[in-house]
Write a protein that binds this ligand. Structure first.
Ligand SMILES: C[S@@+](CC[C@H](N)C(=O)[O-])C[C@H]1O[C@@H](n2cnc3c(N)ncnc32)[C@H](O)[C@@H]1O
Ligand code: SF4
Ligand code: SF4
Length: 328
């Protein structure tokens, strides 16, 4: 699902950059954690406990970091990135410092008004990833933001109508939201939006309440089959690779033996400019001292960024990227 800012002929250029980065063992995806502060109250992530005083230590700009890595994709994340009033300046500077880097932002969406979305789009953001794990009040409860789901449902169609080219839901698969996966995909399709799935981990703060376990595998496999079936018939809505979706039950069953490539193809930079291999590992060195990580024996999560990095680059993946969702 490509942002409307790009045309299909841009895809080979992005693919060329991908190949160039892989050959040089450079990260393809750079996650810029522009703040760790957050105004949600999630039970499965403790970033919201970051004190307000942390703002004083946050980098004012991430331009040199983006230029140094010059990856294929840059994601502004956190914490809650929309808390940064200067996010537009950060985005524009990063846009100007990179070539063929696709810029996305992950947000809980609670403060994303149409005006803010337009101003971030105009600043150079290519894609909005809005977290959405349930279509009902469970999402508001899980995030501790009353009215959040209704707000997202109101804002996304208006963003699309305003010409904002790529909106995706970031949806975390948990044992208690499997019933929501197909309805969520249909809802996204009805709005011209996409869905990117990832899998719940307790590695963030030890909360095991949402973990998928052996007893959930049968229901999980059935949902995955339905998602793959949907994907075969409607390309462009579900943005994960078939490979990633198919591998999720294997991870839940503890059968994944491949080392984790986090830090090789993807890398995180925290608000102070320190590099870490993944969101759940502590920061290591300042970005200026960064040297490539090696794959590591760790199986604590199966985030999409881990699983997609393990996915083979097949033609179907290119078609996934190029397809645009048709409003159904
Ligand atoms: C850490 S958040 C930062 C961006 C923003 N605050 C948000 O929630 O969208 C990035 C993504 O991680 C996901 N996430 C948070 N806790 C998680 C967990 N324990 N397991 C899997 N994904 C998680 C969120 O749902 C979100 O899509
Ligand atoms: S998942 Fe996002 S919204 Fe929830 S506490 Fe973490 S950073 Fe905040
Ligand atoms: S499996 Fe990889 S991405 Fe997940 S916690 Fe371990 S090192 Fe990090």
């Amino acid at each position: 699902m490509l942002s409307s800012r790009y045309k299909p002929w841009h895809v080979p250029l992005f693919m060329g950059k991908y190949a160039w980065l892989r050959v040089r063992q450079r990260p393809v995806l750079l996650n810029l954690e522009v703040t760790m502060r957050c105004n949600a109250r999630c039970g499965f992530c403790d970033y919201w406990k970051t004190p307000a005083s942390a703002k004083a230590d946050e980098l004012k700009e991430f331009t040199d970091i983006a230029r140094r890595f010059n990856p294929m994709m840059i994601t502004f994340t956190g914490g809650e990135p929309t808390l940064r009033r200067d996010l537009e300046d950060i985005v524009t500077a990063v846009r100007d410092a990179t070539t063929f880097s696709y810029l996305a932002m992950i947000t809980h969406g609670g403060m994303l008004t149409l005006d803010r979305a337009k101003s971030l789009w105009d600043a150079g953001l290519d894609q909005f990833n809005i977290s959405l794990d349930y279509l009902d009040g469970r999402h508001d409860d899980a995030r501790g933001i009353p009215g959040l789901t209704a707000k997202i449902m109101d804002t996304v169609p208006r963003m699309k109508a305003a010409g904002i080219g790529s909106v995706r839901f970031n949806t975390v698969l948990k044992h208690d939201n499997l019933d929501q996966m197909l309805p969520l995909v249909h809802k996204a399709a009805s709005m011209g939006a996409g869905v990117n799935f990832s899998v719940y981990t307790d590695a963030k703060n030890g909360n095991e309440n949402h973990l998928l376990r052996d007893q959930h595998v049968r229901a999980l496999e059935s949902v995955i089959d339905q998602l793959l079936e949907y994907k075969r018939k409607n390309r462009g809505v579900i943005t994960n690779s078939d490979h990633y979706l198919s591998e999720i039950p294997r991870w839940v069953k503890g059968l994944m033996t491949a080392p984790c490539p986090s830090g090789t193809t993807t890398v995180h930079v925290d608000p102070q400019g320190k590099v870490r291999r993944c969101p759940d590992f502590p920061p290591d060195v300042d970005w200026k001292q960064w040297t490539p990580y090696a794959a590591i024996k760790c199986d604590d999560c199966f985030y999409a960024c881990r699983g997609e990095a393990q996915a083979p680059m097949r033609l179907s993946r290119v078609l996934d990227v190029m397809a645009s969702p048709k409003i159904t």
